[in-house]
Design a protein. Structure first.
Length: 64
């Protein structure tokens, strides 16, 4: 699992952060997926962001 920590304090910051991650192409020299852990929310909450290249699964199998 590839993880990166950040500390957004509000939902808007989380959406901006995930928007930047989603608009960045995956590095083809690395696995064609990534998972990022985002910590720093109140009450010890966290968020996870995942991105998978479409070559690894098609839309129908991703929903199963």
């Amino acid at each position: 699992m590839y993880a990166q920590q950040s500390t957004p304090s509000r939902m808007r910051e989380l959406l901006e952060l995930t928007g930047r991650w989603h608009s960045t192409l995956l590095d083809r020299r690395r696995p064609l997926w990534e998972v990022r852990l985002v910590e720093g929310f109140r009450d010890d909450r966290f968020a996870m962001y995942g991105k998978v290249h479409h070559a690894l699964m098609d839309g129908a199998s991703a929903l199963r």
